[in-house]
Structures are given as structure tokens and as C-alpha cells.
Design a protein around this ligand. Sequence first.
Ligand code: AMP
Ligand code: MG
Length: 407
Amino acid sequence: MIPLEQAFQLLDENVTASPRTNLSLASSVGSVLASDIQSDINSPPHDKSMMDGFAVNSNDVNNGSKRLEIVETIIAGDWPQHAIKPGQASRIMTGAPLPQNADAVVMVEQTEIELVDDVQRVKLLIDSIDPEKHILRQGINFKAGQVVLPQGHRVRATDIGLMAEVGAGQIATRAKPSVAVLPTGNELVDHQTTPQRGQIRNSNGPMLIALAQQLGLQTTNLGSSIDDPRQLASLIESGLKHDVLLLSGGVSAGTMDLVPGILKELGVVEVFHKVAVKPGKPIWFGVSNREGRKQYVFGLPGNPVSSLVGFHLFVRRAIEKMLGSRIDHLPTEYGELNIPHETRGNRPTFWPGKRVIDDQTIRRFEPLVWRGSSDLFALGEAEGLIRFPENSVSHPAGEKVQFLPFA
Ligand code: AMP
Ligand code: MG
């Protein structure tokens, strides 16, 4: 059994980033940037008006000009044809470029139009205006050549907008790993079947598939295997055609726990087996090499919540590394325990919990009633895992804890 931090370190050392690949802007949401995104433009590209109104020179207005000649109308998409002189203004629309000599915009609501000898003039209903009022200067948001999104950043919908603005058409990212899932155990039956005596439904298979899909990955369902060396070997071989193989069950110390032995026979090199973590201690992790590509194999413990914790602690970490995310950016929240709680044992414990929303500014997390690693029922309400340190028993309300959100 190795300490948790050592297992993380071994994982980080053994998992490498997937090959680079380009995606179109439209299909890049959810991917991780493999290089910085640089802008090829200033934003905004020109000094522009933030209001519909009249572009003026603030000095002119502040020196008492109240009725101004309208020299042109500038709409968004136009380019101004006239610099304004004292006593003049240009009608301007939101987003339109500012004419020369203008340094402020008077909102249309603060003006009236007067007709004198068939010529329109604008009468200002204000006595003074600050320079820069209602205008946005060229490049104030960001400048051409500036990095607007860093390598390692996960693309969200807002980033798609920003990347469109800066003309990023081909987005460099890392190939998404393909994931195969193979639960093992003589007792397993498909969820559509009514279990007979001694049997249980395979809940890990569908759950692990769904967990991988939530990370945006392609998955392959290998069904399940009985605890038979030949069937296990043949299904594991199929699984090794994928970048990541998730097995569940058969990795503890029982007589039918055949998975580690068979993985070794198939040339999968063990990196670690058994980690000081609760639940999920029996976890097995190894690396294989086929056709010049690495495959990462996780033998997750059979109990569903152990499998779930193994996925959140280790599989997700490996996948983020393959995608090129920053590992230190794995989602973690910090806050206080909402109610007292007891844990036992000498291993760090990850307990299903939920966030408590109240009018305090402090984040609070509440451990749920949970009967251990086979109890998925408690997870219905859970939003993540609360981490408790090893060798500690009583945790008073208010204790500082770490929370690993599921999503
Ligand atoms: P194992 O790790 O194979 O010793 O399994 C530990 C416990 O998890 C046993 O009670 C199994 O019946 C249960 N288990 C194993 N695989 C699954 C699965 N795919 N779905 C639900 N429970 C499972
Ligand atoms: Mg088993």
C-alpha cells in the first residue's frame, strides 16, 4: 500500500499528454488548448461609441457650445468621413467608429433636434460632459499579439466567442482518449436482468461509461467478464485497443481476484497496486504499450462507490493529463464542515457530501448518511467528496475541509 500523494505522483510521471490535433472553432467546446490563443486584432479595433447619440469634443461642450451642427451620421460598419470642428457633432450609433477630434458621446436621450432653415442641429440638454464619456478606446480590452487564452485552458462557450473575435479558426488541442470499460465478476448480470440467487446487477459498467462520457470522451462498453482467466484475457486484449481501459472488480486479495495477474501476463506493467485511500484501497494502475502507443489500465475495486472514488481521484487525473489540462487546476473547493462527523482508520477518507447554501459567505459541506463502499443510494444527494485526513476521528462542525466536486 502506498500513500495517496505518492500514487498521484506516480500517475503524473507515467501519464503523458495525447498527440496534438486541430479542431474547428465550432467543435472545440470542452477541449483543452494545446497552445496559447493570440489575438490578431485590437479589441475594440477602433475608438468606438458605446451609445446611440452625438460624438462631440468635450472641450467644445464645456466651453458653452449648446447647439451643434450635425456633419454626418456614422452607423456601425461605416467609417467617419469628417473630423468634427468646434460647434460640430456627428450623429453616431452604438459600436460605430468615433470621428477625429471627438472624445465623448452625448446620449441621444440628452439631446433634441432643432430645425433651422431646413437644417438640422442638435441641442444638448446637458451643460458639461467628461472627456471619454460613453466611448471605448481602441485596444482597451486587449491588443493585437496579446495572449487571450493560455495553453491548458478548457474551452467554454464564452471562450468560443472570444476565439471567434480574435480569428482563431483552427484550435490546437490534444486528442481525446478513447475509453473502454470492463467490469468483472461471476456474480454480475446486466441491469435489464432480474438477479437470481447470489447475483447482483452490474452498476459499475454503466456508471463508468457515463463518467467518461461526462468528460466528453468516446466510450466502448465491453459488457462484463466472469472470473475466468481465458475470458478475462480475451476481453482485456480488446480493451487494450483503447487509450484507457477501466476494469472493475477482481483486484483485491480474494481467490477469484485474477485481474492483476492477467494484466501482468498480457504485458501491462504495474505502476501501483493498493493505495492508502478510503474507499478504494485495492486500486491497480499500470501502463501497456501496443503499436507504439501507451494504454493506461485502471483496475478499480468492485464496490460501486470505491470505483467511483477511484475514477474521481485517479482516472480523471490521468485523463486531464492526457488532454493537457493543468493538473493543479483539478476542481477543488475549500470550506467548513457543516455538521460534526466521525471517520475511522489510518487512510485519507473521501466521504460523499453536499454543499450547503445559506446566507453566509463561508462555503459549507455536509457529509451525508452513507453506509460504505457498496452504498450508491447515499450518492443520490451527493455533489462531491469531502476529504478527511488519515488517523483522525472526530471532526467538529467548522473544521476546514477540502471538497472534490463531481462536476
Ligand atoms: P471485488 O472487488 O470483485 O471483490 O468486488 C467487491 C464487491 O463489489 C462485491 O460485493 C461485488 O459483488 C461488487 N461488485 C463487483 N463488481 C460490481 C459491479 N460491476 N457492479 C456492482 N457491484 C459490483
Ligand atoms: Mg469480484
